[in-house]
Design a protein around this ligand. Structure first.
Ligand code: ATP
Ligand code: MG
Length: 340
């Protein structure tokens, strides 16, 4: 079987460090290991419109942003096919056939969609397009016969939905044209669902609690509300600065930026006891993050000066994507024994 990787980002804003640890780092790792046959990364603009239909301008503007972020993080347009979801109408057609294989009650049970409906305040007036986006996401994944989907934890129910559709389709039409995808999620809980700077929900473009890959400073963060004076003992658990340090701190970070401590355990111990100020740990985190983000930012600035190049990458990639999705659509219709 071929190894086909596919993943996408909603162009609702530039990418943040949650995307980076949740999915982008894995994408780059897979690309660099080179153990794959095809790799696709796309701007999920049609999906973004399902809850941003009143602001298509913003979605359109962010298509280039998310693609630039991906390339800046190390994805190579010579190895990865980048495309725009709405420019591959074959995906919409597949979605329409898949709709018949999913019940409304099954869609209601999707925990991520449930949560997103709450956060967006849709209550009872949920746009049908938004409600059914897991079906369109199944079309995105299966059109390319992707078997590996590098995503954060919130996407597990979507990959599960796609697996169910594949099984149902293959069994009803007695075929094996569709391939069951597997999610590839990061190793640690914090990376799978990086918390927002407000310390509450997951970091998300739609929630205004992000550190963007292009940000230069990271000082406004939820720590421990009872840690008012430096001498006060502080809490480490649920403290966003320490959560981010858990994710980003490297072996040599202390010798470089905070040599008076040996490691993260020692720093945590001091914070718990009292006598360690929030400013100091934030400055330390900022140093570590900037080291990781600086090369990304520099590459991104280079790309920003050359939007023609990025547009061209998307043009070529979208053509390739249409070809592949068209082939699958043909196979699907053939399996259904329908007009081909
Ligand atoms: P939106 O608020 O518009 O949904 P988002 O910030 O959730 O935006 P998406 O484009 O929906 O971003 O997600 C892109 C990818 O990044 C997905 O694989 C998702 O699982 C992953 N991801 C997003 N946010 C996080 C996070 N906070 N931690 C880990 N992974 C994340
Ligand atoms: Mg999301």
């Amino acid at each position: 079987m071929k190894n086909i990787i596919l993943t996408g980002d909603r162009p609702t804003g530039p990418l943040h460090i949650g995307h980076y640890v949740g999915s982008l780092r894995n994408r780059v790792l897979i690309q660099n290991e080179g153990n794959y046959d095809e790799m696709y990364v796309f701007a999920a603009d049609a999906q973004a419109l399902t809850d941003n239909f009143d602001n298509p301008k913003n979605v359109r503007k962010n298509v280039l942003e998310v693609v630039m972020d991906n390339i800046a993080c190390g994805l190579d347009p010579n190895k990865v096919v980048f495309f725009i979801q709405s420019e591959v109408p074959e995906l919409t057609e597949l979605t329409f056939y898949y709709m018949n294989l999913v019940t409304v009650s099954r869609l209601h049970r999707n925990p991520t969609v449930k949560e997103e409906i709450k956060v967006r305040g849709f209550d009872e007036s949920i746009p049908a397009g938004f409600f059914t986006y897991p079906v369109s996401q199944s079309a995105d994944i299966t059109a390319f016969k992707a078997n590996i989907v590098p995503v954060g934890e919130d996407q597990l129910p979507m990959v599960e939905q796609a697996r169910e559709i594949v099984r149902k389709f293959n069994s009803i039409y007695n075929t094996d044209v569709l391939v069951e995808p597997n999610a590839k999620i990061p190793n640690t809980e914090n990376e799978r669902r990086l918390v927002g700077t407000d310390g509450n929900a997951k970091m998300s473009k739609s929630l205004d609690n992000c550190i963007y890959l292009k940000d230069r400073k990271v000082f406004s963060m939820y720590t421990d509300p009872n840690h008012i004076k430096v001498e006060d003992p502080g809490k480490v658990e649920g403290n966003t600065v320490f959560t981010y340090l858990d994710v980003f701190c490297k072996d040599n970070s202390f010798s470089k930026y905070l040599p008076e401590y040996k490691n993260l355990d020692e720093l945590k111990e001091h914070y718990r006891k009292g006598g360690l100020g929030d400013m100091k740990i934030k400055r330390f985190l900022n140093d570590i993050l900037q080291e990781e983000l600086k090369p990304i930012r520099e590459k991104r600035e280079e790309l920003e000066r050359n939007p023609e190049y990025v547009l061209n990458v998307l043009k070529e990639g979208t053509m390739k994507a249409r070809k592949k999705a068209g082939e699958t659509l043909k196979e699907v219709k053939k399996a259904m024994n329908y007009f081909e």
